[in-house]
Design a protein around this ligand. Sequence first.
Ligand SMILES: Cc1ncc(C[n+]2csc(CCOP(=O)(O)OP(=O)(O)O)c2C)c(N)n1
Ligand SMILES: [Mg+2]
Length: 364
Amino acid sequence: MATTKKKTAQATKKPQNFLDAPINKKLSKEEKLDLYRTIVGIRRFEERSLRAYNQGKIGGFLHLYIGQEAVASGIVSLMEENDHIITAYRDHGHALSVGMSMNECMAEMYGKYTGCSKGKGGSMHFFAPDKNYWGGHGIVAGQTPLGAGLAFALKYKGLKGCAMAFLGDGAVNQGSFMETLNLVSLWNIPVVFVIENNGYSMGTSLKRSSAEENLAHRADGFDIEWEVCDGHDVFEVREVANRAMTRAREEMKPFLLEIRTYRYRGHSVADANHEKYRTKEEIEEYKRTKDPINLIKSQLLADGTLTDDLAKKIDQEKKDEAEASAKFAEESPYAPREEIQTDVYWEVDNDTDNKLKGTHFFND
Ligand SMILES: Cc1ncc(C[n+]2csc(CCOP(=O)(O)OP(=O)(O)O)c2C)c(N)n1
Ligand SMILES: [Mg+2]
């Protein structure tokens, strides 16, 4: 009989000062400031994109990551050369964390040719393969087998690394995720699944969608190790994720991380009535006590990394960068008509034999 690998849920036993954890202690002042810049940058970028959406400049969907910034930024800061990352449609925070520019991201949302996907993908389809960032996917949990595939490729090629596959609390009930958990355990695939548990899938609370609310426990059914932590303090995210990522790389084993977080806005900008399925007080309480920017700011002020003046300066720089990206997007051209159907299937663009056989897959 397989041994159960239950771990104490850290979300319930708090707190230690996570800045003192070894993985955080070795951060230089500049690295800590970079984390702060990334978190503030995501917030200011998204606030600006919301304004553009309301002005009718951005069409389609817009799923904001505001409130969850410490999760993506913390995990990406731990990525090494051979590590890869893939996520769902709430993908702006991951994109900016891997170093994509605000210009290419904002232009993508405006549907412009200068966007990261030439304006053909929009908010849900940010990609940067050169930064090991594989998107940006709209089918709930559809990215989880793809994440397993990224990790399988590492193993196949004999490379030491791991793939980070993010999913929401609503995605855990998809069959494809369950099937993927089984295979990655069976085949020892170095993938770390990160459930960003923000408590809601669209307007449905976790209580109403999952019989077992401790989502990480599902890993037990597949003989996979798991941990739970809070996602408000970026240094806590780094401390816990570092264990999962190191294990995946060193032992070639999958891991399931459940990170408890919160989104301030509705499911998407179109979800204007999000105060109908949760209370104003719930949102305000989170903002007051757990806001990821406030937390990192107070930690870095206390340890002398940051001063009030520097915090203000960084904030203004990120606002200016976001404003400039909207201008860049506004002034950029749309894709030329003859390119509308390109970049959909690699095989088609490159006229390979597989096109004739009807197998249209991306290739490397
Ligand atoms: C297969 C599939 N079913 C349904 C949808 C519609 N849908 C889009 S987002 C969503 C909720 C997912 O919530 P969660 O996984 O918690 O992610 P979050 O939005 O909270 O980041 C649903 C049901 C979809 N995109 N794909
Ligand atoms: Mg959710």
